[in-house]
Design a protein around this ligand. Structure first.
Ligand code: SF4
Length: 539
């Protein structure tokens, strides 16, 4: 396609400066040039995830004995919590392959991929994607990975995140005569990579130079897997806003060797590490912010590390720890579950209650509730039983049943709560429309007091980096303070974890090769945006 077009894309300065206070947030609301929420997936209850990316390549002789398509499919199943709208896998046999093998569809992984479709996805390497739409409509045309055919061969891309300067980037790509068939950031990235870098190319395409050039123009937010016929590039934006990590496929029998010592059967790259053990892989490390890694049949290596503008700090999304990631994933050298426990400990230090027991809204607040219990000395007991089949009912509830709200989703363990003063921990409050019915359920079951403790700070601002957050008016923390909210939902008291407390909990046991650069995005809590906010957006 457009592989020989001169590239002169916009600079990162096309985003506004770094802070979005309440007042300039109002200004933003007035700018209605392009409402990016249009066409997005609906935010029905809470926050919605972005996407999950996955890649796998076999080492040694090709054709490989490693079941690449199955590895990717299982890897995507482990990332299903990051997107349930659509998914896809693209595989390649190697340098001589005429075409990529592609299978994409709408819905959950298990419905999209069958034994037959997996058999057709033959190959020695491949990438996969599971999607929740943040920046384009939920339609089959937006399913990823995107595949384009350039003059230098086929290229496939999977993207997690959202480009903060996508509108100016889009205008510039269109001005270069490149057609875009969707509103997806991911197609935009794909086409931007097909443009020649400004320094030109001597002997065929210089993909690392193209990727580097794109990263200099689009500072955030993305983790990418990019597949050529015989290699995969893994790319993390210079702020490290979205996660990406590397795993090693090891032989089933390691003998006396450690996973580090044994030769790799293959390599995988993924948004999260939670699925690695189930596919016979071991977690090795994160892709560093700004890093470009190249995966071939010979192994994995760092091609380049692109610096952040003006030496700014990293800005890994703190809500990955709070809410999005699976508890068994590892970020920055620590397991997400441990960080959630630490949030609970910090919450107990900040907002202790005189009560008989601690519990959680399953399963979201459970790790934090255990942390709260250990720090406070109160004992932990379950009080809610979750109905795991509730999503399968096709019966429309009558108005009376609808008023009971979450009663169909949870049952109360009445023997545990009867006559008890209870501290109930949840990970976050977004709209505040689920906690009230839970409190009523517990009171109906005999709880004498219900104190709500939230293991994250109030959510006040939008996210422009790949997370779909309800509107300002819909966020309950913009309408009611903690005491008002307690009254509104029928709690005896309600308190949030502070922003400082959350950052401390996340950074207390963090392992970093470069501690001075450690940093986390807290923009939806503070309004301070690490890479600026797009001028064209409204919220
Ligand atoms: S604004 Fe919030 S949800 Fe978005 S990247 Fe930052 S911390 Fe994550």
């Amino acid at each position: 396609m457009q592989s020989n077009v001169e590239c002169n894309l916009p600079t990162p300065e096309s985003t506004t400066p770094t802070s979005c206070s309440e007042s300039n947030g109002v200004e933003l609301e007035k700018r209605n040039a392009y409402n990016k929420r249009a066409g997005r997936g609906q935010v029905l209850s809470g926050l919605t995830h972005e996407c999950g990316v996955f890649g796998a390549i076999a080492c040694g002789d090709w054709p490989t004995q490693v079941d690449i398509a199955q590895v990717i499919c299982l890897g995507l199943v482990a990332l299903q919590h990051r997107g349930q709208e659509s998914a896809g896998i693209v595989t390649s046999a190697g340098k001589c392959a005429k075409n990529f093998n592609v299978h994409k569809g709408m819905g959950m992984i298990n419905n999209i991929f069958t034994d037959d479709s997996i058999k057709k996805l033959k190959g020695n390497l491949g990438i996969g994607h599971t999607r929740y739409s943040t920046a384009a409509a939920s339609e089959a045309v937006n399913c990823q990975p995107f595949v384009v055919h350039t003059q230098h061969g086929a290229l496939a891309i999977g993207h997690n995140g959202e480009l903060v300067n996508c509108d100016s980037l889009r205008r510039n790509v269109l001005e270069r005569g490149v057609g875009l068939s969707t509103h997806s950031d991911s197609e935009l990235i794909t086409q931007a990579l097909c443009l020649n870098p400004p320094e030109g190319e001597r002997d065929g395409p210089d993909w690392p130079a193209r990727i580097r050039h794109f990263m200099q123009l689009a500072p955030m937010s993305y983790s990418l897997v990019i597949m050529l016929k015989d290699k995969i590039y893994g790319v993390r934006d210079p702020y490290g806003n979205r996660p990406l990590c590397i795993g090693k496929i090891v032989p089933l029998d390691l003998g006396n060797q450690t996973p580090e010592e044994v030769p790799a059967d293959g390599w995988v790259i993924s948004s999260e590490s939670c699925g690695f053990l189930s596919i016979g892989a071991r977690y090795m490390r994160e892709v560093e912010p700004g890093e470009i890694v190249e995966m071939t049949r010979n192994g994995i290596r760092t091609i380049d590390i692109v610096e952040r503008p003006e030496q700014k700090k990293q800005a890994f999304c703190i809500f990955e720890y709070v809410y999005f990631a699976r508890s068994d994933s590892i970020f920055e050298g620590q397991m997400v579950y441990s960080v959630r426990m630490e949030c609970g400990r910090q919450l107990a230090r900040e907002a202790l209650v005189n009560a008989d027991m601690v519990s959680s809204v399953p399963e979201s607040g459970t790790a934090a509730a255990h942390g709260y219990a250990r720090e406070s000395g109160l004992h932990f007991a379950e009080v809610l039983c979750k109905n795991r089949y509730v999503g399968r009912t096709f019966i429309q509830p009558s108005p009376r049943l609808r008023q009971l709200g979450v009663a169909k989703k949870f049952g109360a363990l009445s023997e545990n709560v009867k006559g008890k003063r209870l501290v109930l921990i949840d990970d976050s409050i977004v709209r505040g429309n689920t906690i009230g019915p839970i409190i009523r359920l517990l009171r109906d079951a005999g709880a004498s007091e219900v104190h709500i403790r939230i293991a994250s700070p109030p959510l006040l601002y939008p996210c422009y980096m790949g997370i779909n957050i309800p509107t300002r008016e819909e966020l309950i923390a913009n309408q009611l303070d903690a005491d008002q909210l307690a009254k509104h939902v029928g709690a005896d008291s309600l308190a949030y974890l502070s922003v400082e407390g959350l950052v401390q909990a996340v950074q207390r046991n963090l392992k970093s090769a470069n501690p001075t650069q450690v940093g986390h995005c807290t923009a939806c809590l503070t309004g301070e945006y690490p890479g600026g906010v797009p001028q064209e957006l409204s919220w």
